[in-house]
Design a protein around this ligand. Structure first.
Ligand code: PMP
Length: 302
């Protein structure tokens, strides 16, 4: 991983990143039993501005709860204290924007497949924040692989093991010369990308797959909806057909690691003119402005 911080917060202790390890015999490694979230930190002279950190912690707890990991709340309260994260930032002495990956790992050794009453470990490591999609615009391929159904492994939960689904689809897209995949769900409706949500704009209205379309309910997605509503743009969350995307005026992806990225082509079909759309660029700028302000959505860690 590029520009990984030298130090990691592991079980409430700051240790060298290469020493922050879990066993090959742990449930985390054997079954992908761990949950995570990644938040964005903007480096400023006044400290690191952490975008919607409380929401990330809440989603992490909910992810653990959904898959039945127990005692997570107590672990997080003990290990993910803001002063400890500040210490981590100081130890790493960075001068660039960062992504922070928070994980709860099931470290129990070979317990068979179950999720409750397992030993847990926590970690936070940081790395330089670089967009996972080209800022100038990305191309997508509709995946042969379908999004995992809510009744299989819920996409709503950020479970590490579930990301095999994303890896399969993203690789398929890369092999086809595209930047990312577009997932459909089991019923054939548009879901999301490998690690970002998707929006389209039609006749000035912002439309995105709803929460029952097997999506991760992205924190950036929610921010975009709020920003659009504040700007008097009509927002609709509903089922979306693939061909609606083909014929949209604009399409964009969003997420912590994708920010707002214009989508220029899906399945070799140009979206409108094949250039980044006006409303997309406006929303991108408004998100960037929100990310540069010290409003309540930020937690400033000095
Ligand atoms: N969908 C998936 C599958 C993701 O992994 C991510 C990245 N966390 C997102 C959407 C975007 O979510 P967020 O805005 O909370 O980063």
């Amino acid at each position: 991983m590029a520009n990984l911080g030298k130090y990691t917060l592991f079980n409430n202790e700051i240790i060298p990143t290469e020493e922050a390890n879990v066993s090959v015999a742990s449930s985390a490694v054997l079954y992908g039993l761990s949950v995570y979230s990644v938040f964005y930190g903007q480096h400023t002279a006044d400290g690191m501005l952490c975008f919607r950190l409380p929401e990330h912690l809440k989603r992490l707890k909910q992810s653990a709860m959904m898959i039945g990991l127990t005692n997570v709340e107590a672990e997080l309260e003990k290990d993910f204290k803001l002063d400890k994260i500040s210490e981590l930032i100081k130890a790493n002495n960075v001068n660039k924007d960062q992504f922070f990956r928070l994980t709860v790992h099931a470290t129990q050794l070979v317990p068979g497949v179950r999720t409750s009453d397992l030993e847990l470990a926590t970690s936070i490591f940081m790395y330089e924040a670089k967009n996972i999609l080209p800022q100038s615009g990305a191309t997508l391929k509709t995946s042969l692989w379908r999004r995992t159904a809510d009744a299989a492994i819920p996409a709503r939960a950020k479970v590490n093991g579930a990301y095999v689904n994303s890896a399969l689809a993203k690789q398929d897209a890369i092999d086809a010369g595209c930047d990312d995949c577009l997932f459909l769900n089991q019923s054939g409706h548009v879901s999301e990308l490998s690690a970002a949500n998707i929006f389209m704009i039609k006749r000035g209205e912002l439309i995105t797959p709803d929460a029952s379309s097997d999506i991760l309910e992205g924190i950036t997605r929610r921010s975009i909806i709020e920003i659009a509503e504040e700007s008097n743009i009509k927002v609709t969350e509903r089922k979306v057909a693939l061909t609606e995307m083909y014929t949209a005026d604009e399409v964009f992806a969003c997420g912590t690691s994708a920010f707002v990225s214009p989508i220029l082509e899906i399945d070799n079909r140009k979206i409108n003119t094949g250039r980044p759309g006006e409303m997309t660029m406006e929303l991108r700028e408004k998100l960037a402005n929100a990310q540069s302000s010290k409003e309540s959505i930020w937690t400033t860690l000095l």
